[in-house]
Design a protein around this ligand. Sequence first.
Ligand SMILES: [Zn+2]
Length: 413
Amino acid sequence: MNILIKNIKSLAGIRDASVRLLKGKELSDLPFIENAFLHITSGKISAFGKMDELSAYLEGNQSSINETIDASGRLVLPCYCDSHTHLVFADTRENEFIYKIQGLTYEAIAAKGGGILNSAKKLRDMPEELLLEKAMKRIEEIISYGTGAVEIKSGYGLSYEAELKMLRVIKKLKSIAAIPVKASFLGAHAIPVEYKDNREGYLQLLINRLLPEIAAEGLADYCDVFCDKGFFTPEETDRILSAGWKYGLKPKIHANQLAISGGVQAGVRNNAVSVDHLESMGQEEIDCLKNSTTIPTMLPSAAFFLRMPYPPARQMIEAGLPVTLATDYNPGSSPSGRMGFVVSLACIQMKMTPEEAINAASLNGAAAMELSDLTGSITVGKKANVIITKPVNSITNIPYSFGNDVIERVLIR
Ligand SMILES: [Zn+2]
C-alpha cells in the first residue's frame, strides 16, 4: 500500500533514526511539524514534511498513491509500544473485583481460590487453539486503542506443559499478528500449589527443564521473574536470570511493586533490559538505575486498579532516567490494554507532562522491547504504525480526555 496523509494539523514524535531512548529532560520534547504530510510506502514511513513542500516532493516521486487521507484538524503520532502485558489468559476474574471492593486482602482472595493461581488453573484446562483465539482478539482490541507493538509474558501456566503451551501461543501470535510481538518467559510468576512445600523443586523445573526446552524451540526473547515480597527472592532471581542468560534470554523483570524488595538491584546486576512496576522506590533504587542501562518501566493502571501508590515518576525523570510506560494488561491487577488511559494516569497521578507521557509510551516502550530501530517514532524507514486522532486542539487533549477515545484511525504498516 502506498498512502499519503495530508493536511495534518501536527505530525508529532519525529525523530532521527539515531535516537533510540529518551532520558530525563529529553522526555519533555516531542518534536512536531505543523501542517504536514506523511507518505507511507510498502508499510514503512517513506517521507514527511511540511504541506508546502508536498507538490515538489510528489513531482520527484514516481510511485502511484493508492489512498489519500485528509487529516485536517487532526494529529498524527507514532503508535504506542506496550512493553509489559500478560494478554494470553483464559478468562477474566470479576469475582475477585467484587472481593476487592468488599475489602478482602490479597491473601484472603488467594484463600478463596483467586489470584495468579486462579488464572493458572483456568489456563491449564484450556486448549491451545482457544487460548490463541482469545489472545488474538485482545491484540486486535489493543491495536484499535493505538498500540503498534507489544510484549507478552507467560506465567499463568506454572507447570512444564502449561508454560510451554502459553509460550507456543505467543509464538503463533508473533507470526499472525499485524504488530511486532515479543515473548517473555515468566515461569517465576508464583510458586504453584504442587510446589508449595518444595520451592527448590520448582526452581529446578524452571532452570533445568523449562529453560532448555524454551531455548530449543525458540519460544522466548526474555526471562522474567516476579522478584518481590512473598514471591521470589533476589537470590532466587539471580539464579533464574543467570540461567536465562545461558540460553540467550535477557532479563526483563517485575520489581518493587509490593515492597522495597531488592528487585531493582537484582535487575541491574543481571543487566536486565527493564525493571517493571516500581511502586516502592527509595533513593538507593533510583541511584542504582542511574548507573545502569536498565530501563525503569511504570505500570500506573495496575497501581490504579489495586489502589496502590504510584511510582515516583518525577523523581526518576529528575534523576535523568529513561522512564517508560506500559499497561500490565492482565486479568487480576490491570484488566485493560488501553495505553491512552495509562498516558492519562501518568499525567494526572504522576505529574508527567503530556509530552513526557507520550514519549515514555511510544519510543521508550519500543526501547524496552529492543524495537526502537523499527518503531516508536516518526522516522523514515520505520514501520508505518501510526495513530490519527479525531479533530483536537492540541496534543494535551490526549491525556486530558481520559477514558475517551480521541483516536479516529490506527494504521498498521
Ligand atoms: Zn506484570
